[in-house]
Structure formats: structure tokens, C-alpha cells
Design a protein around this ligand. Structure first.
Ligand code: AHR
Length: 671
């Protein structure tokens, strides 16, 4: 029986509950949602093999022994066109941040087209739209013979060489003492049959034979989400947006920490002109350009109308490959606090402040509203977190008292006591088996008693079904293929959904939650399963069963919980939670059946309803998952419930239905 009348028994639902976790892992940023199409655009390093373009077939699982990328400058991703020699040059740096350039020596006897091409992030999508190309070029004396040089940028098939579209930059005299940035757009009307395409930058040998030119920061952007310059790849961002998230946690994850303190995510190096961003060796075995930097993250939030949950560096770096950590010394810890304060000033300060003025210079004078700050990431790996957390919290709170601060660890054992004050949150991560999520359905029902604390909220910052149930229940990160879940299955969605229902029933405790990792480039990844996977070809973007679980719950949130009373039978195999939408017009009942049998459900509302609709997520089998070839194996669909609700039933508020096996359903009663 769903009680809508006893308003004293209701609770407000958690307004930010479902959201996104993002860090650059699996080439989720560079080569992923960051729309830049050129791989290794400033010769900083890349794991891509030149000219290689591989498709992924089958249910491939993570390879935890990914070869370490060459982090140093490399020419990978690039190839020569015509009679030229390509090499790396350090004598003509574009900037302090980008010290390596591409040297192009054109043979004295070269004729016709000369230049170079880029193979993209395992290919490049070519579809009708406007592409924005730009590059920096220097024609250095004394070899430069002072003639005018023109350039052509084009999109081509890597298989046939066919040119899909091009744009010319008319011949002009190039400066010899410094780089010039040239920009153009390619109006492309072609649809390439696959993404095995390249971007070419060419010259006419008659203008440059015998000369040496230097290039750097060679960039090509397709149209982006909401048209942002230096923005997000449209289809992936749209999939996030369509999920109706309420927050974005960034920039990690381990990728915040660095594998060493030196390589931590230094926020101030991720802002400003791209030529001043040095990038860094990311935690996940590839170089990060930081083109997707702090301001881009904040604008991502702005464009999706969601709130940022910023992870600030808290003085601990975990070498995830060696599993060794480095802690900041206590007597120097003020430096770390100051770094975070400066970062917050960049985000929130008005233009009269030092860092607020810098943000304004970067094109965003309006301060951002920051509600949540997370102090570090997974600091249970470090014994020093108790004092680091306390000092950081005190230091930040003094200046920003209204922010909700999030601890990344809680009292794990007796010798590790973290003083999380009332009102602060704890970020807990679960990569676990289905039974963990199902058995812990009621974990947050007893939260206050368990924690002996009155008001520590929870951010379920990272969770996903990682492997099927095993006798030990221990998650095995070496991924034996017989138990590892490579792509989220219906089973994952069901177990994660049950856990989410447990959270929804306790909105005063579980304040935010997000699946992790969220993105996977199927051509190069460190971690599976992931919520969305993709290749260079937007048609191959796969929204997983877990994505659809998140989508379903985020779409039907309700603004207040409703008590469900007089229940006959216990939870399992059915799990449920009810809520009501703001204007009292819609009552929601979320029901999950984890069993393999249909279960009869009789509900009664204490008022009449005019119609009932349903949305269900189920599939032919529990291990069903979506792939590029079959994207609809596990997708939500509307239920036709007309036969289940007679006029009498509607008047009396009654509803009887057979809940299908292995299913997640949201019933919507218009009251
Ligand atoms: O999501 C992948 C990693 O898992 C995150 O970087 C880290 O926080 C967790 O251990």
C-alpha cells in the first residue's frame, strides 16, 4: 500500500543523487569525450602505432598488462606525404609547455604534394559538418627562401587516399622568427563509409622544395556539444546529457593523484591557451594533453546544467602500477592547502581576485557555483589521511564555509580514525559482485547506527558489478575471463539497481552516486566494465545495460519518498521504492525482480489515479549486454499496461501486475 496522504512520513529525495564520474582512463578524455580528432597533436607521447587502425571484436576483457606508453616525445600517429622527412625537433619550441615540434624537411627535388597526415584516435569520423583546423608553423631561416607558402588541409580515406573534403590557406609569406597560428574550416559534405580516415596537411613542393618547416599543436575539431570551442564530442556528451545527470565528479579517480607527487593533476597547468598547457603522464598509462582542463570541466557542467564535484589534490599520490604511495610531508602541507584554495578561487572568485581575474581572461568572468569538494581520492591507501583530511578541511572551510566537503575514506579499522564532521560526506567505492549489491540493499537503512554518527552523508562515487559471483566473493583485478564482466550485463543493471533502491530509500544518507568508470575507448583501455564504450565512429557508441539502469532511475526521481505499508512478503526477489513528483501529480513505484520467475504484484494507492504507465529494462537473458552490432539487447521500453488497470481499479487506486523475471520497472501513476 502506497501512502500518499501521510506527508509527515515522507522525506525529500536527494536532489543530486545520480551523476557522472569522469577521469581520463581508457582514453575517455584524449581520444574520447574531448573532441580533438588529432592524436598526439603536440608530439608529447601516445600509445598509438602509426598507421594502425584496429577494430575490436568480441567480448574482449581488460588487459591489465597494457604496455607502458612512451611518455616522451614521439612521432606516433603521424605519417609523411610525398618527398619529405619527418623528425622531432627541440630547437624550435612552440612554447615552454610544448617544447617539441615536428620538423619537416622537404627534399630539394620534391615535386607535387608534400606534407604529413594524422591517423586520429584509431581513425577519424568524417560526416557532414564543419571541421575547425588550426596549426602553428614556422619557416626557419637560413634555409627558408622567402617565397609565399600556401597550405591545404583535408580529410581523406586511409584506405584509398580519396579526399573527402579540403580547405586551402592561400599562399602568404611566413615569419621566420616565430610561429604563426593558422586557422581554417573544412566544410565537409561527405559521409565516409567507415572511420578509417586521416587528416592531411599539405603544401605544394614548388613553394617549399629544399626547405625546412616546423609545425606544432596541430588540431582538428568537429562540431562539439553545445558548440563549445575546444569542447566535447557530441554523441558521447549527448549520451551523458540524456541520462539526466545532476553532477560531474572530476578529474579523478587515481588520475587526480599522479603516479608520483610530481605528476599529480596540477590544475593551474590545465588552464589558458592550449599552447601553454604542458599536459602530464596520466595515471592510466598514456599522456594527457590536459586540453580538457579545469575550465572545460566547469563549462561541461554549465552546458549540462549540472553541479561540479571537484576532487582536489590532498597530498597523496598512488603509483597504481606499483601500488606504492607518496605522502606529502606534514611540515609542508600548507602548500597543498594553498594549491586547493587557489583552485577554488579560480572557480569561484570574482574578477577582483587574482585567480578570478585569470578565469575572466580565459573567457569566463562569471564565477562558478561550487557546492561539493572532495578531498583527495581513495585515501584509505594512505595512513596520513586523518591529519591531511582535518587540515585540508579546516583550511578550505575557513574561506569557503558553505561548501559540502567529502572525505575519501572512513574509519576502516581502529587505528585509522577519520573525523568526518556532521554535514560532510564520505565517498565510498564498490567494484563488487552482484550478490554484494543485493545483500547490501539495506546497508544504508542502518547507517546512523553503524557509523555512530548522526549526519555523515554518502557519495557512492564509484561502483559497478565487476565480476560474477565467486565462492570467495573477492574481486580479482587480474580479471580471469570466466568471471570477469567485460561489458555491463542485465545482471549488472539489476544488482546495481537494487543497491540504488537501497540508496533511494535513505535519501538523508546517500546523497550522490555515480557509476564508474564511465567511458571506454574500445581501441585502447585499461579497465572494464564501463558505462559507455565507443570508437572513433559515433555509430559504434554503445550505451550499456548499466547506463540504462542509471538513465531509468535518473529520469524517474520523484521529489519526495513515499512510505510503502502493509507489505505482504519480504524484499527479494522483489525490491521496491516509491516516490512522488513535485506537483503531486505523479506517483512512482520502482520495482526490481531479481528472480527468474514472474512475481504477482498488487499495489494500492490511497487515492484514484487516471492512468498508469511503465518503463521496463529487461532482456532475453541475464547475461545479455549491448554491443556495437546489437545496441538494443538491453534497453528500456514502454510497457503497455492498459489491460492491467480497469476503470474500477483506477477509481480505487488498485493495480495488479505480473512483474517479469529479471527486470527493472518504473510504474508511473498519474493521480
Ligand atoms: O575507476 C577506476 C579507478 O578505480 C579510479 O581511478 C579509482 O578511484 C578506483 O580505484
Amino acid at each position: 500500500h502506497i501512502d500518499t496522504k501521510d506527508t509527515s512520513a515522507r522525506n525529500d529525495t536527494a536532489p543530486y543523487l545520480y551523476g557522472l564520474m569522469f577521469e581520463d582512463i581508457n582514453h575517455s578524455g584524449d581520444g574520447g569525450i574531448y573532441a580533438e580528432l588529432i592524436a598526439n597533436r603536440a608530439f608529447q607521447g601516445s600509445g598509438i602505432v602509426p598507421g594502425q587502425w584496429s577494430g575490436l571484436t568480441g567480448n574482449v576483457i581488460v588487459n591489465s598488462e597494457n604496455p607502458i606508453d612512451p611518455y616522451g616525445p614521439v612521432l606516433t600517429g603521424w605519417g609523411a606525404i610525398g618527398n619529405v622527412r619527418l623528425s622531432l625537433d627541440r630547437l624550435h619550441p612552440l612554447s615552454d609547455a610544448l617544447p617539441v615540434a615536428l620538423q619537416v624537411d622537404v627534399a630539394a627535388n620534391a615535386t607535387g604534394e608534400v606534407g604529413f597526415l594524422n591517423y586520429g584516435w584509431w581513425g577519424m569520423d568524417v560526416s557532414p559538418q564543419t571541421y575547425s583546423a588550426s596549426f602553428h608553423v614556422l619557416a626557419n631561416a637560413p634555409r627558408y627562401n622567402d617565397t609565399n607558402v600556401g597550405f591545404t588541409v583535408s580529410l581523406r580515406s586511409n584506405l584509398t587516399g580519396e579526399v573527402w573534403s579540403k580547405a586551402d590557406i592561400p599562399p602568404a609569406k611566413l615569419p621566420t622568427f616565430d610561429y604563426v597560428q593558422l586557422n581554417t574550416t573544412i566544410e565537409n559534405t561527405a559521409t565516409a563509409p567507415n572511420s578509417n580516415n586521416t587528416f592531411a596537411l599539405t603544401m605544394d613542393a614548388s613553394q617549399v622544395a629544399g626547405q625546412t618547416l616546423y609545425f606544432d599543436l596541430i588540431s582538428l575539431f568537429p562540431e562539439t556539444f553545445k558548440g563549445r570551442k575546444n569542447g566535447l564530442r557530441k554523441d558521447i556528451a549527448q549520451a551523458f546529457y540524456d541520462m539526466k545527470p545532476r553532477f560531474l565528479r572530476f578529474p579523478g579517480g587515481n588520475n587526480l593523484e599522479g603516479v608520483s607527487t610530481q605528476t599529480r593533476w596540477k590544475w593551474w597547468k590545465t588552464i589558458g591557451p592550449l599552447k601553454d598547457r604542458p599536459g602530464r603522464p596520466g595515471n592510466w598509462n598514456y599522456y594527457n594533453t590536459d586540453g580538457l582542463g579545469l575550465l572545460e570541466y566547469l563549462e561541461w557542467c554549465e552546458d549540462m546544467e549540472i553541479v561540479p564535484v571537484i576532487g582536489v589534490y590532498a597530498g597523496f599520490s598512488l603509483d597504481i602500477w606499483g601500488q606504492d604511495g607518496t605522502d606529502w610531508p606534514e611540515d609542508k602541507f600548507d602548500e597543498v592547502i594553498q594549491e586547493a584554495l587557489d583552485e577554488l578561487e579560480y572557480c569561484m572568485g570574482d574578477t577582483s581576485t587574482k585567480w578570478g581575474a585569470v578565469r575572466a581572461k580565459h573567457g569566463h568572468p562569471e564565477p562558478f557555483d561550487i557546492k561539493f569538494i572532495e578531498i583527495g581520492n581513495e585515501d584509505w591507501f594512505s595512513k596520513t589521511y586523518p591529519w591531511r583530511f582535518s587540515r585540508m578541511l579546516a583550511g578550505l572551510k575557513k574561506v569557503y564555509p558553505d561548501i559540502t566537503y567529502i572525505s575519501t575514506a572512513y574509519n576502516e579499522n581502529d587505528d585509522y580514525v577519520i573525523d568526518i564532521p556532521e554535514g560532510a560526506y564520505w565517498d565510498t567505492h564498490h567494484y563488487a559482485e552482484p550478490s554484494f549489491f543485493i545483500e547490501d540493499f539495506d546497508f544504508y537503512d542502518n547507517w546512523q547506527a553503524t557509523t555512530n554518527n548522526t549526519d555523515v552523508g554518502v557519495l557512492l562515487g564509484e561502483f559497478s558489478v565487476y565480476q560474477i559471483d565467486t565462492p570467495s566473493g573477492e574481486v580479482n583485478y587480474t580479471n580471469p575471463p570466466d568471471v570477469h564482466i567485460a561489458y555491463p550485463q542485465l545482471l549488472s543493471a539489476i544488482a546495481e539497481g537494487v543497491y540504488a533502491l537501497g540508496g533511494e530509500r535513505n535519501p538523508d544518507v546517500v546523497r550522490l552516486s555515480s557509476y564508474a568508470p564511465s567511458l571506454q575507448n574500445r581501441n585502447w583501455y585499461n579497465w572494464t566494465p564501463d558505462m559507455i564504450s565507443f570508437t572513433a565512429n559515433p555509430k559504434e557508441t554503445v550505451l550499456s545495460a548499466s547506463y540504462w539502469q542509471q538513465w531509468l532511475f535518473a529520469h524517474f526521481r520523484g521529489t519526495q519518498t513515499l512510505p510503502v505499508r502493509n507489505v505482504k512478503g519480504a524484499f527479494n526477489p522483489l525490491f521496491w521504492a516509491s516516490s512522488i513528483e513535485e506537483k503531486e501529480g505523479v506517483v512512482l513505484l520502482k520495482v526490481i525482480n531479481i528472480g527468474n520467475q514472474t512475481v504477482p504484484l498488487s499495489t494500492s494507492l490511497d487515492r484514484a489515479y487516471s492512468s498508469v504507465n511503465g518503463t521496463i529494462l529487461t532482456a532475453k537473458s541475464l547475461d545479455a549486454f549491448n554491443t556495437a552490432e546489437n545496441q538494443n539487447a538491453v534497453v528500456p521500453r514502454a510497457l503497455n499496461l492498459s489491460a492491467s488497470a480497469s476503470a474500477l481499479h483506477k477509481r480505487e487506486g488498485a493495480f495488479n501486475w505480473q512483474v517479469p523475471p529479471f527486470s527493472l520497472t518504473v510504474l508511473q501513476f498519474d493521480v
